[in-house]
Design a protein around this ligand. Structure first.
Ligand SMILES: Cc1ncc(COP(=O)(O)O)c(C=O)c1O
Length: 423
């Protein structure tokens, strides 16, 4: 019998206040934002920080063009609109993602069709994509979830076979690589988020990348109401556009953070690598499985509850619940991750879009959303949990405490299972 669990009055392994929050700000970040006042230009893609961020991000991703936007969801919406997705078209995306991915499809008045994931990588299963394609499908939207790139060669092969465009959701994967190539340059058009939680952050904001001149031209127009100026400077509106203009405070902060992105990503990888190796040595839990093709950037660190390794005949969700409760009391921020496949969310169950049944009514075929059609996503949703704090300014020292806490609670598994049953 080990020392008493913190939930039962024992001493917590991680003292309260130890886990620090993301992001970390430096004097350079502060100075960069203050320089915006000196420039006296606050917005548009022509402003100096926007221009510099666009040039640097395009170079970083190995693409020809980049546009900054005011959010990741907007970046994806712009990309889908520029890819030619029309009202009522079907776009195939992953059942496992933050729901903003599917929202960006609805924002184009198009219809999300979900494909199940590969349970190992938790990214979209290319074999499932093909069976979802209909004559209404116009694009595929894979997601680099938790910083792990989707299997892009396989996704692109399906797209090519069926004449579809690929728009990539890289919102959680700044700097991740697929077979040695950075995400952002692996699809026809890609979108990133710069929101507060992301590996590269400006507080809010987004980025669109492409190497196609034509897609860049369309993205640029859609981002700013599709207004075009003639030689005399007269503005005309040439089509439906939106306001996804960026803000210079955001651009300045993101640019300053970009200087440190490689170092910060390396620190995430070091912490994640240590955790995964250490959890392998503990029966009942495991870290994320990294596909051979991927160099992930651990936007979030997920671990898995494995009751079979402990000879327990309980669902993974039960063990996860007990472990999360016990770990949280030990000062380890552990909590269940995505609760259900995205098609199980109320918006899809009730088909709440633009009202009057749109976008689903702009469409000949009835699309149904049944969670049981996504067995691998369901399995991932019930067995995995987030581990907070696996990012700078936290360090390996904190990770050793996390491992100590896992070992402590796993050593008292009967009590952990009782906790799972308590209200
Ligand atoms: C996978 C994924 N897609 C899209 C988004 C949308 O990004 P934003 O919050 O910047 O609109 C996010 C971030 O929240 C995300 O994690």
């Amino acid at each position: 019998m080990g020392s008493a669990l913190a939930i039962d009055g024992g001493t917590a392994v991680v003292p309260s206040g130890t886990v620090r929050t993301w992001p970390e700000f430096t004097d350079s970040d502060r100075a960069a934002v203050l320089r915006v006042f000196a420039n006296n230009q606050l917005h548009t893609n022509a402003a100096p920080f926007a221009q510099e961020l666009q040039a640097k991000w395009a170079e970083y991703c190995g693409v020809k063009h980049c546009l900054v936007t005011n959010g990741g969801t907007g970046a994806l919406h712009i990309a889908l609109a520029a890819a030619g997705v029309r009202a009522g078209d079907e776009v195939i995306t992953s059942a496992y993602s933050y729901w903003a991915t599917a929202a960006s499809i609805l924002h184009q008045n198009a219809i999300p069709v979900f494909a199940d994931v590969d349970p190992q990588t938790t990214t979209i299963d290319p074999a499932r994509i093909e069976e979802m394609i209909t004559d209404q499908t116009t694009a595929i939207l894979p997601v680099d979830i938790h910083g792990v790139p989707a299997d892009m060669d396989a996704v692109r092969a399906v797209a090519q076979k069926h004449g579809l465009l690929v728009v990539s959701d890289c919102c959680q994967a700044h700097g991740a690589a697929y077979k040695g190539q950075r995400v952002g340059g692996l699809a026809d058009i890609s979108g990133f988020s710069l929101n507060r939680s992301k590996n590269l952050t400006g507080g809010e904001g987004g980025l669109v990348t492409t190497s196609s001149d034509e897609h860049q031209r369309r993205c640029e127009a859609i981002l700013r109401f599709q207004n075009v100026e003639d030689d005399e400077g007269t503005v005309a509106f040439s089509g439906l556009g939106f306001n996804y203009r960026p803000h210079e405070f955001v651009n300045a902060l993101a640019l300053s953070q970009l200087e440190r992105l490689p170092t910060l990503n390396e620190r995430r990888k070091e912490m994640a690598g240590y955790l995964t190796q250490s959890l392998t040595e503990l029966a009942g839990v495991a870290g994320p499985r990294v596909p051979e093709y991927a160099d992930p950037v651990y936007f979030s660190y997920l671990w898995e509850a494995r009751p079979d390794e402990l000879g327990l005949d309980v669902p993974a969700g039960t063990l996860r619940k007990g472990l999360c409760r016990a770990l949280a009391a030990e000062g380890v921020p552990a909590r269940p991750a995505q609760p259900r496949p995205v098609p199980g969310e109320g918006v899809f169950q009730a088909k709440l879009g633009y009202g009057r049944g749109c976008p689903w009514r702009c469409h000949a075929r009835e699309v149904t959303y049944r969670v049981e059609d996504y067995p691998s996503t369901l399995k991932v949703c019930t067995s995995r949990a987030f581990l907070g704090g696996v990012y700078p300014p936290n360090d390996l020292n904190l990770m050793t405490h996390y491992v100590e806490a896992f070992a402590k609670v796993l050593g008292q598994i009967d009590r952990v299972l009782e906790l799972a049953e308590e209200e």
